[in-house]
Design a protein around this ligand. Structure first.
Ligand SMILES: Nc1ncnc2c1ncn2[C@@H]1O[C@H](COP(=O)(O)OP(=O)(O)O)[C@@H](O)[C@H]1O
Ligand SMILES: [Mg+2]
Length: 359
């Protein structure tokens, strides 16, 4: 990694048109020609339209959308497996689009690692040799590569499986190898395109936990693609939602659950367990001078679900929300918490109601 703080990924005014004369139509598309018109009149496919996303360094950026919405097209621009028709892809401040072949090769090897849905393991190599493959390509000395690979295999729970071959492993274990291989590269950017979508639900949840645990230590800039909202909400520090090649909404989990931008997003959000996403500050009444803190307290930043769990033994009481330093900053009732878990509107309503009305 570079010897300065990694600058994250900034995507600016990115457009992708698929077809032999893409550049002839870019101006028309920039001036508003729709995806449908471009296709009908000119037989070209609009992959992405004016994408602007700032992906902060050291965080997980989720890209979510239905099949065909442009997720893979977008992530492949980050290591330039796809060339844009227009726009910039700045990784740590450097525009990937402007790199020449040599720069691009170095960039791909050292700055990015990918985890694929289909694992992409080499069948004739054992787990260890699959894991250190990237290091081998980089020309890292064998004994050092083995050390690094063994460390990551242990970290993803595969200690003892080094000599196995991919076909001797379950899907979940193969994906652990894929993750260990990507982490062994020690690139600051980790690109994961539907990496967990082929896994059974329980295994998938396990793998999410593995990733979140490891991320606490490694603080990579991770771009994680999924079409599953639960996965997006669990993993994403920030989420961008794509439809037909356009960003419909971006923000935190809570932004998206509390304020879906349109019907498309609302449909995604409908079934979600809000209690796991909404934080107590979104529904609390601000603290008023002179009020007496209750016995049950919870730290700001906790979810509604966590607050309800704290109150389970005293469901008639209130929860005092406190700052990290222990100062009371607000108060929520059990009823508010309960309704926040089921009803989207309540979050906004309670906030604007005077404290007296809810006590
Ligand atoms: N090489 C290509 N040529 C033409 N159209 C493409 C190509 N790659 C993707 N597309 C189109 O771009 C759109 C987005 O595809 P993709 O990025 O694969 O979506 P997702 O990953 O969200 O399922 C789709 O309409 C798809 O058909
Ligand atoms: Mg895809």
């Amino acid at each position: 990694m570079a010897d300065h703080d990694f600058g994250g990924i900034r995507i600016r005014h990115l457009f992708k048109i698929f077809g032999p004369n893409a550049s002839s139509y870019i101006e028309a598309v920039q001036n508003g020609l729709t995806k449908a018109e471009l296709n009908r009149k000119y037989g070209h496919v609009l992959g992405l339209r004016d994408i602007n996303i700032e992906m902060p360094s050291g965080a997980i950026q989720v890209i979510m959308g239905l099949s065909g919405s442009g997720k893979s097209t977008l992530i492949r621009h980050i290591n330039r497996l796809i060339d844009p028709t227009a726009g910039e892809v700045l990784v740590d401040g450097i525009d990937v689009v402007k790199m020449d072949e040599t720069e691009l090769r170095t960039f791909r090897r050292h700055q990015t690692a990918m985890v694929f849905q289909k694992f992409a393991l080499l069948p004739h190599r054992n787990v260890l040799d699959n894991t250190l493959f990237g290091l081998e390509v980089q020309g890292v000395e064998r004994s050092k590569a083995v050390d690094v690979a063994m460390r990551w295999l242990e970290r993803v729970g595969l200690k003892g499986f080094e000599e196995k071959y991919p076909n001797q492993l379950s899907g979940g274990m193969q994906q652990r190898v894929g993750l260990a291989r990507a982490l062994s590269n020690d690139a600051p950017v980790l690109l994961m395109d539907e990496a967990y979508s082929a896994l059974d639900p329980l295994i998938r949840t396990d793998m999410q936990t593995v990733l979140l645990d490891i991320q606490k230590e490694i603080r990579k800039t991770i771009v994680f693609i999924t079409h599953d909202l639960d996965e997006a909400l669990r993993l994403g520090d920030r989420i961008a939602i794509l439809r037909d090649g356009e960003v419909i909404q971006q923000g935190t989990s809570q932004d998206i659950v509390l304020r879906p931008a349109d019907e498309y997003v609302a449909n995604f959000v409908k079934e979600v367990n809000r209690g796991r996403v909404v934080q107590v500050e979104a529904i609390m009444q601000p603290w008023q001078a002179g009020a007496i803190p209750g016995r049950t307290t919870i730290v700001a930043g906790s979810t509604v679900e966590e607050a309800v769990r704290n109150l389970a033994s005293a469901p008639d009481g209130d929860v005092t929300v406190v700052s990290a330093s222990g100062q009371p900053v607000g108060i929520v009732t059990f009823r508010q918490l309960a309704s926040a878990m089921v009803n989207n509107q309540d979050a906004e309503d309670h906030r604007s109601r005077p404290l007296a009305a809810v006590l």
